[in-house]
Design a protein around this ligand. Sequence first.
Ligand code: ADE
Length: 423
Amino acid sequence: MAKAKHFDVRDLKLAEGGRRRILWADHDMPVLAAVRKRFEKEKPLAGRRMSACLHVTAETANLVRTLQAGGADLVLCASNPLSTQDDVAASLVRDFGIKTYAIKGEDRRTYYRHIAAACEHRPSVTMDDGADLVNALHKEFRAFAGGIVASMEETTTGVIRLRAMAAAGVLKFPVIAVNDAATKHLFDNRYGTGQSTLDGIIRATDRLLAGTTVVVVGYGWCGRGVSSRANGAGANVIVCEVNPIRALEAAMDGFRVMPANQAARIGDLFITVTGDIHVIDGPHFRAMKDGAIVCNSGHFDVELNLQALAKLARKINRGVRNGVDEYVLAGGKRIFVLAQGRLVNLACAEGHPASVMDMSFATQALSTEYAIAQAGKLAVTVHDVPPAIDQWVARLKLASMGIRIDTLTAEQQKYLSSFEMGT
Ligand code: ADE
């Protein structure tokens, strides 16, 4: 009988380029490499069937190598139809023996077929970036949910969804909110998204940022990062934000703050990072200048209302450059949409640099080890990453950067825990 094929990738012939990029990324992932080295010896994930639904990048390859080194029997599928690096997916299959289901540009059916393959692996541990795998395990594949010990979640959008499920009492297994660890969101969401979003925009458009009016919609950690990096590149940054505290922070960080309908008339380049739906909608598109560029760096492709834009358009010219669609409106006004409204940093560039994913993915691997050690003891809700993991990752990252820090003296420690001493 023919052996079943345990992968679905674009072309195994791409593997050599992928292998080189995986090893290149590995140089910048020393914390994850330290975890891998220990996992090789201790095998804390031995005998565990695991499914991971992640952006299939060189950095993710180094994470799954680590989980495999820990003894996990792993299936990897894409967490976004446009974020897969086909050469990496090929190398994961050919060089690392990882069952990988991911093709850049896969259609909706293929995307969900790949998620189905991850469910049919019958994992006892899962890892998600956006909660699509957990979602499938609560719907079509709910029969397999009972066997799950815990699931790790990588992104803000996923954590929001999972907390909503826990609040509604429908969550079926414990979740660890890796996104909420300090070593994840303070660095990945801020510096990672800050750099990779601009990288995607520049690769797609080759536009000069200096002197460009950039409208950043959303001032969470991602929005803070994007605004700061755009400012550093000489852009005039405008921030749109619904939360008054964040809006105030943006204003005091030196940015102009205004409602989206006002910013729509002024901006040259619009970047959404809110995690919410239709934050740029029909009226905003109608108000924009000729030649405005619009993109999204939030997890799902819902932030730009492209259906409304399509209705306004007389003509859509797809692929006027790689990853750029031109919408021509009545009167000849053009609006350029990048990456079909999907994550511009992963669709038009390579996602966050390895050095920052090092911390996110070391935290993922250590949280997985923790979840397995706690199997059966974690309540069915959304848990924080244990602070000891965060501290360890931060200390090792500092050491890898050649940075030493002071420690408190006994006197200072005592002072911090006392209340007697005053003026
Ligand atoms: N999310 C953002 N950047 C990423 C990367 N390089 N790899 C995996 N997931 C990511």
